[in-house]
Structures are given as C-alpha cells and as structure tokens.
Design a protein around this ligand. Sequence first.
Ligand SMILES: *[C@@H]1O[C@H](CO)[C@@H](O)[C@H](O)[C@H]1NC(C)=O
Ligand SMILES: *[C@@H]1O[C@H](CO)[C@@H](O)[C@H](O)[C@H]1NC(C)=O
Ligand SMILES: *[C@@H]1O[C@H](CO)[C@@H](O)[C@H](O)[C@H]1NC(C)=O
Ligand SMILES: *[C@@H]1O[C@H](CO)[C@@H](O)[C@H](O)[C@H]1NC(C)=O
Ligand SMILES: *[C@@H]1O[C@H](CO)[C@@H](O)[C@H](O)[C@H]1NC(C)=O
Length: 408
Amino acid sequence: MRLDLLSYLFVASVSASVLLSGRYRLKPYTLNLESEVPRMLQLISNTHLPEVPEYPGLSSDAGIPLSTLKALRTQWLTQFDWKKEQASINKYPQFTAEIEGLTLHFVHKKSTARNAIPLILFHGWPGSFLEFLPLIDNLTKEGKTSNGKAVSFDVIVPNLPGFGLSSAPPGNWTNQDTARVFNALMTDVLGYKKYATHGTDWGCATAYDLYDSYNSTVRATHLASLPFVPLTPDQLAAEGITLDALERFEEQSFVEWSTNGYAYFQQETTKPNTIGLALYDNPVGQLAYIGEKFLNWSDPRAGTGPSVLTHNEILTSVSLYYLTKSFISSGFIYYQNRFATNYTKAKTDAPLLFSSFKYNILFWPPALVKQTGNLVVYKNHDFGGHFPALDNPPAMVTDLREIGCYWK
Ligand SMILES: *[C@@H]1O[C@H](CO)[C@@H](O)[C@H](O)[C@H]1NC(C)=O
Ligand SMILES: *[C@@H]1O[C@H](CO)[C@@H](O)[C@H](O)[C@H]1NC(C)=O
Ligand SMILES: *[C@@H]1O[C@H](CO)[C@@H](O)[C@H](O)[C@H]1NC(C)=O
Ligand SMILES: *[C@@H]1O[C@H](CO)[C@@H](O)[C@H](O)[C@H]1NC(C)=O
Ligand SMILES: *[C@@H]1O[C@H](CO)[C@@H](O)[C@H](O)[C@H]1NC(C)=O
C-alpha cells in the first residue's frame, strides 16, 4: 500500500514536471552556427580598410585605432576558429525554453554539492552569456565564504531577449518584462522556490527588478552596476559623500565616459534602427563598434593576470552577435528602457551585495548603493573593469560566494 502510494507520488511528480517542461518546451540545446561562418569570413575578407589613418597622430580618444582594428581583423581571418570556440561553449549544458512567446536560451549547470544556491547571472550590452562562462565551473564546485561556510551554486546564465540565441522581444518590451519571464524560468520551468541574482550593465536592471519586485523568490542579489544614473562629483559633494583615492579614480572614469564616451548610448537610445541596419551585415563594422567598447571599458591590463579578456574573446563575442543576427535587436534595449535618476529603495529585506572594479566606466560609491537596497557587502577591486567576469573572474567568484554568508 505504502509502496503503491510512493510510486503513485513518484509518477505524479514526474508527470507534473513533464507537463510543465512540455508547456515551456524545455529542451537541451547545442550551439551550431557553423553554416553561417564561411559567409562571415568572406565578408570580413572583402572589407577594405584604409591603408593609413585618416589623420596623423590620432589617439584612441577618437575611437578604435585603425591599427587595432586591422590586427583584430587579421586575427579573425587567420587564427580565429569559431568551431573550436563553439566546442568549448558546448561543454556547458545549454537549454531553450519558451515563455510568453519568446525562446530563451540559457546555460544551466547544477552543482554536485547538496543545498546549492540557485544563481542566475545577467549580462548587458555588448555582452552575452559568454561573459560568465569563466565563472561557472568554480561556482558549481563547493567553495567557502569569508566566514568559512561551505557554498556552491546551481548556475543559470541566460541571454537577454534580443541577445545572442534568445529571440527578439516585441518592440514595447521593457526590463520589467524581462524580469517577469526570468522569474518564470527560475520558478515554473526550473522548479526553484527561491534563488539569487547577479547583474552587470543592462543586466543589472533585470537583476534589480527581480530583487525589487519578486521579493518572495529572489532572496539575495549581487550587482556590479546599478540601474540608477551615477552622480556627478558635484552631486556627490551635495549629498555629503566623500571618496577615497580609488573611488576618486573611478568617479573620474565616469566623468570621462559621460563626457567623451557616451555618444553610442544616445545613438542607441534615439536611433537604434539606423546603427542597427548600418552594421547588420557588416562583421568588421560590428567589430569596430563593439570591439571599441571591450577595449576601452576593460582594465588596460586585459588579458594578463586574472583577466581572460583577450582579443580572441572579443572576436568570439562579435562573431556571436553577427552569426545570431542579433546586432539590431540587442541595441533596442537602450530605446526601450531608461536608467532611473531617482534613487529608490527596493521593496525587499533580502541582502544586496555590490562589487566595483577600478576601470569600470560607471561608479556608485557605497553610500549610493545603500539607498537602493539592503546593502550588506561592498567590495572595491583595483583590477578589472566593465566586464568583471572576464576582467577579474576570481574576484567575481569570491564576491558571489559571499551570498552564502546571508543565504537562509
Ligand atoms: C506589446 O506588443 C505586443 C505585440 O506587438 C502586443 O501584443 C501587446 O499588447 C503590447 N503590450 C502593450 C502593453 O502595449
Ligand atoms: C577610454 O577612452 C577615453 C576617451 O574617451 C580615454 O580617456 C581613456 O583613457 C580610455 N581608457 C582606456 C582604458 O583605454
Ligand atoms: C522618487 O521616488 C519616490 C518613491 O518611489 C516617489 O515618491 C517620488 O515622487 C519620486 N520622485 C521623482 C522626482 O520622481
Ligand atoms: C515584499 O514587497 C511587499 C510589497 O511592497 C512588502 O509588503 C513585503 O513586506 C516585502 N516582503 C519582503 C520579504 O521584503
Ligand atoms: C577556480 O579555482 C581554481 C582552484 O582553486 C583557481 O586556481 C582559479 O583561479 C579559480 N578561477 C576562478 C575564475 O575563480
């Protein structure tokens, strides 16, 4: 009798999850974009670049240097191997699910340890799920928090709608809509009752919306950006916020970016279709536009020390944008959303952890982060930049593991 009941319960729970995964068409996914590669290489090879720079003595202040673009283009044609990159991406278990009419692509790697914390990591523009691959293996292994607690994660790394292998959303889509579909992914599709989020660049808006609006399921958040416009030095002074030397450097980078590095932001916010169509079928054009951001927003020591952000990494990212035809749709995230200027506190008692990196282009001191949530940890690193999971992956793993100190 007891056995019958157990097997009935077993069958019932299996069929419930089969039903649910049927409804969301949850399926394993293997990346295979090889058929598009010959045409991409043909276009790269057919693209002419000027022999010499238009003006002598141009510095990178004027945009990506011709010599850098030429070197990247040559590497793309002669050394870069999409097949090899694809094979190393496919070492991570990927899936697709359909939610609200969108196909969402994500990596889902479970920890082998018990009581792992489900953690979903959100990239921004011009990033993708590739950004977080260097963290996955260590996060899924058992590690220790600074206070000696064992911690490990079930890691979920999606592409935002309109990025890479996730389908493009309707034109009126916002980050709140993105938050809703990923809460459905974590709870209804993957069956987690509670989970933690991380976000950087635009991904911080999704992570923060989840933190703010889904406070029964999102029980910790780690951010490397805030979805609030940073303050100018005058505004910081008016709020009585003083900065140490590292923070002053970071604030100065924000001033520099918002003065001389912000044009793309206005372009994407106001005319995303023009730049989108201009570069849609132009891989070298996408390389110039996206490559400039990777090079300028990362630590100048990129590719050395803890950084895994090499030119090969940039070429993989740009190839993904080109091969998945997502250059236009990814840019619309600027058109559809705004960073808030009014700092408000999230409606949650869940812990908020924050990490800053010296060469980021955006900066929020602890006193500002505290205004937006239940800030429990603030770390400032003197190595890394705007793509911290590539720029300083060990620091990101260590900082994310601190979630374990607060997880209940
Ligand atoms: C957004 O666009 C979709 C499809 O174009 C439409 O079905 C939906 O009603 C729109 N939503 C809002 C809030 O306007
Ligand atoms: C990024 O570009 C700005 C000019 O907008 C320049 O001042 C800065 O030094 C560059 N930073 C890096 C890390 O290349
Ligand atoms: C800022 O947010 C608070 C709390 O949500 C709201 O009461 C206030 O009206 C907002 N101020 C502005 C200028 O939007
Ligand atoms: C979640 O948000 C609701 C609505 O703002 C609030 O009443 C509730 O106290 C919050 N719960 C937690 C656990 O923070
Ligand atoms: C992963 O863990 C190994 C072993 O502890 C360490 O050597 C490596 O730096 C770690 N990498 C990251 C990205 O944390």
